[in-house]
Design a protein around this ligand. Structure first.
Ligand SMILES: NC(=O)c1ccc[n+]([C@@H]2O[C@H](COP(=O)([O-])OP(=O)(O)OC[C@H]3O[C@@H](n4cnc5c(N)ncnc54)[C@H](OP(=O)(O)O)[C@@H]3O)[C@@H](O)[C@H]2O)c1
Length: 285
């Protein structure tokens, strides 16, 4: 299939004026890593947005893949995440610079606090989050991170951060697929100017055999994965499906150039059953 030019120019504006590509490529450790697939995504599919994390353990390899692709750094959107073991002001600043050096880049386009729990028994999560966020605010002001955000934060976590700190997160990255639609959180984020980014858009594959998704896929002559990705995009949600297979990456990038009708959007909207396929931050204080 030819490259879809819409992939390159479909972006969502952040509150600081940056434009995040609405479709990116996930790289989590589950299911492994494929160097060839990343290079293929960049060179053959037009992917310009890659989501990673120190936790995924592939920063060096990704850096090599980006270099091999020959795509100029300025044309890429690279998101990385800070793991709670490195929360706290000093540790967070060092962790970000170490991640940059492992990936061989000078800056990240987006740097996220990965999880709202500090994973430190006896410590106040709220205080650790605020101290860590102050480090991210500085990294932002220094230009090491062009935007900063959080991941898996719920409304109370966001409200506390706003009381304790000055920069409102540019992005909140949260699980989002037809079975998991945190619509109150999405409304809250939009009201506060925080871009909502969805992870696990295919519910790690679980949603691809759902009868409603299959029926809609048949109607549009698209695949179930394309329907789910299109649904996220039409809902204005930045989305980062992962695949280690070239053909599937190509398939997942073909989510432009067609429009789901309102009735189909509503039918997908009704599939929410509250299940999490990743982790659930509900009980994190
Ligand atoms: N912030 C967080 O806490 C957090 C948590 C989870 C995920 N994430 C991010 O979000 C990204 C995506 O989420 P995810 O990896 O959990 O799940 P996902 O993207 O919903 O699903 C990935 C799974 O679907 C399969 N797949 C991909 N495309 C397919 C297609 N077209 N047809 C059939 N199967 C397909 C993949 O297998 P193959 O590789 O075999 O194709 C893989 O098993 C992650 O990689 C990561 O970057 C962030």
């Amino acid at each position: 299939m030819p490259l879809d030019p819409a992939l390159r120019c479909s972006t969502v504006p952040l509150s600081n004026g940056l434009q995040i590509p609405v479709l990116g490529l996930g790289t989590s450790h589950a299911g492994g890593y494929s160097h060839d697939a990343i290079v293929y995504a960049l060179t053959e599919c037009g992917v310009r947005h890659i989501d990673t994390a120190k936790r995924y353990g592939c920063e060096e390899k990704l850096g090599q893949a980006v270099k091999e692709s020959g795509i100029p750094r300025s044309e890429l959107w690279l998101t990385n995440k800070l793991w709670p073991e490195e929360y706290g002001y000093t540790a967070a600043k060092k962790a970000c610079l170490d991640s940059c050096s492992r990936m061989g880049v000078e800056y990240f386009d987006l740097y996220l606090m990965h999880w709202p729990d500090s994973l430190r028994p006896g410590c106040s999560n709220r205080e650790v989050r605020a101290e860590t966020w102050r480090a991210l605010e500085e990294l932002y002001k220094e230009g090491v991170c062009r935007s900063i955000g959080v991941s898996n934060f719920l409304i109370p976590h966001l409200e506390q951060l706003q009381e304790d700190c000055s920069v409102v997160p540019h992005v909140n990255q949260v699980e989002y697929h037809p079975f998991q639609q945190p619509n109150k959180l999405i409304d809250y984020c939009r009201h506060k100017g925080i871009v909502f980014e969805g992870y696990s858009p295919l519910a790690k594959g679980q949603v691809l055999s759902n009868p409603t998704v299959l029926q809609i896929a048949g109607k549009y002559k698209r695949t179930p994965a394309q329907i789910c990705i299109r649904w996220s995009i039409q809902n204005g949600v930045v989305t980062i499906p992962k695949s280690t297979k070239k053909t599937r990456i190509q398939e997942n990038c073909q989510a432009f150039g067609f429009q789901l009708e309102e009735a189909d959007m509503l039918a997908l909207g009704e599939l929410h059953d509250g299940r999490h396929v990743s982790w659930d931050p509900t009980n994190v204080e």
